[in-house]
Design a protein around this ligand. Structure first.
Ligand SMILES: *[C@@H]1O[C@H](CO)[C@@H](O)[C@H](O)[C@H]1NC(C)=O
Ligand SMILES: *[C@@H]1O[C@H](CO)[C@@H](O)[C@H](O)[C@H]1NC(C)=O
Ligand SMILES: *[C@@H]1O[C@H](CO)[C@@H](O)[C@H](O)[C@H]1NC(C)=O
Ligand SMILES: *[C@@H]1O[C@H](CO)[C@@H](O)[C@H](O)[C@H]1NC(C)=O
Length: 487
């Protein structure tokens, strides 16, 4: 009878949706829903953030590449040299643009991507250089001569994986450098990249309604890929540029030699060169984003930015019919109680009785059966939970017990009690564990209840007046099985 009313109370408390500001218990316990992280990698803090570990196809993207490209204007005609306007920085290039050579260095470092590229343009043809341009137009960039010297620009891109952990890329910064100085562009929203299949990497940079640029890499094997790029101007509804290229893998020595060779072939002036290997790309803090820029400042590296996918507060399993929960608790508690008995014998029972006694002194399960309301139970839980952390820590319970609520308890008895309470061994007791434990204490409750029933009126009054006093149980020593009478 008394056990049932206790269970009903617990069940009522547990299923009450507005059951107070108790901190959640952990997911995936017997009474709570499974953790999202077991089925959804976004919630799994242990799932790697690394590109390569999320999708092995990134492995073929890494490394050093030579790229030979053909550029077309939007109308499909090979790209022509453009008179340069210094204020537009790297946009209009007074060089042969229909064909270009580039050298890429793709580095993946865990959740971070750094790509560095050298883009080479041949000197412009004489048909272009013969023309006269009025300022602000000019037919050369830097200190060279039109038709004599070629041009190189260096371009770095920085990106990260995402909190979705799908192996996708978010590029957040591009830095262009060369004779014109440095030009930093942050993408907001970031540019995207994802694998469509194991050999196709697709990317896009868009500003809704302004422009849309798509980029694709198709890897034929580990050493060869085709790249295409198309830029659509959404304001004028026209295609602005097309670029098709072939990428060929090179090793370090070949790659460095090929860059040097292109400097010679394109007659690039010494002062316009970007050194190779360009350590500055990775070392110079003016190129390389600062840690705070990676971590939420511009980029959002999942390795250092808190994910929005956090395990929600644990929910009780569904089917919140009181009867169902009672049954569940009872089914769960009976074997558990049996197990404790089997494992720990009378020790646990004795300690339980003491513990229930301590609680009963405060929350007064007598003289009215069922007077143990969920508010009272919560009050007691919160009373033990000194720091209001939502869980009872070992030290908090010890403090509560040392106040004399339960009389003296030895350290070894206390440890037995603690391990009986801390079901999941987490080092703290949440409310579900608290309730679960109490629901296995029916016998102890009955004992305390029956004892309270036998008290005389004066005893009860005295008992009540001493309820919150730390000196209330002078003779109550938890070594005996007896229910002490405080009279
Ligand atoms: C450009 O000028 C050079 C000499 O200044 C001349 O030889 C050449 O034919 C010219 N080319 C064109 C396309 O006008
Ligand atoms: C990379 O992702 C794509 C798209 O989800 C998938 O088809 C491909 O199999 C993945 N590659 C590897 C090596 O896992
Ligand atoms: C691809 O080539 C790179 C560089 O030569 C090498 O490190 C990597 O192991 C190769 N991967 C495969 C799958 O052959
Ligand atoms: C490629 O980039 C990495 C890191 O960003 C750098 O350490 C390495 O020296 C570069 N390799 C060459 C050949 O420039």
């Amino acid at each position: 009878m008394n056990l049932l009313s206790l269970l009903a109370t617990i069940a009522a408390f547990v299923v009450l949706p507005n059951a107070h500001a108790l901190k959640p218990s952990k997911c995936g316990l017997l009474l709570t829903q499974p953790c999202l992280s077991t089925t959804d990698k976004r919630y799994d803090a242990n799932f790697p953030n690394s590109f390569v570990m999320q999708n092995l196809s990134w492995k073929q993207y890494e490394g050093l590449w030579k790229v030979t490209a053909t550029n077309f204007e939007g109308d499909g005609i090979p790209a022509q040299p453009q008179p340069h306007v210094p204020a537009l920085n790297y946009q209009l290039l007074p060089y042969t643009r229909s064909e270009a050579v580039a050298f890429y260095n793709h580095t993946l470092d865990g959740s971070r991507m750094m790509t560095y590229g050298y883009y080479f343009y041949r000197p412009a043809p004489s048909s272009f250089c013969n023309q006269t341009f009025e300022p602000p137009f000019q037919n050369v960039i830097g200190s060279g001569f039109c038709g004599v010297n070629g041009f190189v620009s260096g371009k770095a891109h920085y990106g990260t994986t995402t909190n979705e952990k799908e192996g996708d890329l978010e590029l957040f910064r591009s830095v262009e450098s060369g004779a014109l100085g440095r030009d930093v562009i942050d993408f907001d929203p970031p540019a995207k990249g994802s694998w469509i299949d194991s050999s196709t990497l697709w990317g896009s940079t868009t500003i809704d309604g302004v422009f849309s640029q798509t980029h694709s890499y198709v890897f034929l094997n580990n050493d060869t890929a085709f790249v295409s790029l198309s830029v659509i101007d959404l304001i004028t509804s026209s295609r602005q540029a097309n670029y098709v290229a072939k990428m060929t893998r090179m090793d370090d020595t070949e790659w460095i030699a090929a860059v040097e060779q292109t400097y010679n072939d394109y007659n690039i002036l010494e002062e316009d060169k970007i050194p190779v290997p360009f350590e500055d790309f990775s070392m110079d803090p003016e190129w390389y984003p600062a840690e705070k820029e990676w971590c939420g400042g511009v980029g959002s590296d999942p390795a250092c930015v808190e994910s929005p996918f956090q395990e929600p507060d644990a929910k009780l399993k569904t089917g919140p019919l009181v009867g169902f929960v009672i049954l569940g608790l009872a089914l769960f508690c009976v074997p558990m109680y049996g197990l404790y008995r089997y494992q720990l014998g009378q020790q646990v029972r004795r300690i339980k009785t003491c513990f229930i006694q301590g609680i009963a002194k405060n929350i007064n399960i007598a003289p009215t059966p069922g007077a143990l309301t969920h508010e009272k139970l919560l009050e007691e839980f919160q009373h033990m939970d000194r720091d209001n952390g939502g869980t009872i820590e070992k030290a908090e319970l010890k403090q509560w017990m040392d106040e004399g609520k339960v009389g003296k308890i030895s350290d070894s008895d206390f440890n037995v009690l603690w391990s009986a309470l801390d079901i999941d061994g987490s080092g703290s007791i949440d409310f579900v564990e608290f309730c679960t434990f109490l629901s296995g204490c029916g016998e102890a409750f009955d004992e305390v209840y029956n004892h309270q029933q036998t008290m005389s009126k004066e005893q009860k009054l005295k008992f009540a007046s001493q309820r919150f006093s730390t000196r209330s149980l002078p003779n109550n020593v938890c070594i005996s099985n007896d229910i002490e009478d405080n009279a």
